[in-house]
Design a protein around this ligand. Sequence first.
Ligand SMILES: CC[C@H](C(=O)O)C(=O)SCCNC(=O)CCNC(=O)[C@H](O)C(C)(C)COP(=O)(O)OP(=O)(O)OC[C@H]1O[C@@H](n2cnc3c(N)ncnc32)[C@H](O)[C@@H]1OP(=O)(O)O
Ligand SMILES: [Co+2]
Length: 135
Amino acid sequence: MIKKIDHIAIAVQNLESALETFRNVLGCAREAIRIEEVPSENVRVAFISIGETKIELLEPMSNESAIAKFLAKNGDGMHHIAFETDDIEKETERLRSVNINPLGLPKEGAGGKKIMFLHPKETNRVLLEFAQKQH
Ligand SMILES: CC[C@H](C(=O)O)C(=O)SCCNC(=O)CCNC(=O)[C@H](O)C(C)(C)COP(=O)(O)OP(=O)(O)OC[C@H]1O[C@@H](n2cnc3c(N)ncnc32)[C@H](O)[C@@H]1OP(=O)(O)O
Ligand SMILES: [Co+2]
């Protein structure tokens, strides 16, 4: 079951610069920020916690990154919305039962969470992610 919006993701050329901007905009403390590298996705990620949800800033670690391709085409900007689910496998079955086919199988995302994506062509040109709630 989908519990909430886990994060809203923004693709950025420069993580430190974007982080400074969003820290100023949100007035958030350093403790609200977590930065990590996710080699499997070729991205460096900064999460800014805001109450129950997060802003996710994504910087490519290489030109092979999906984020690099997005930035080359669009520049910095909104990238995806991620929903938290309590069971990503059940969510995958439910989606398939309504003829929405996830992009590949659930894979490891930031913080070791299992994640999967839907192709934007199936969801009004908005990239959607599902992230497994961690118990
Ligand atoms: C670190 C983990 C972290 C986490 O939360 O845990 C992450 O969120 S990782 C984030 C990076 N990883 C991904 O985004 C994986 C899912 N994305 C993909 O598989 C691809 O980016 C895909 C399939 C969405 C697009 O890849 P493709 O190689 O097909 O790129 P194209 O530029 O040819 O795009 C095809 C078509 O889709 C439109 N598009 C691409 N990206 C987006 C987007 N973010 N939002 C909306 N639309 C998007 C693109 O404009 C093309 O549309 P068209 O009308 O054909 O021009
Ligand atoms: Co994400």
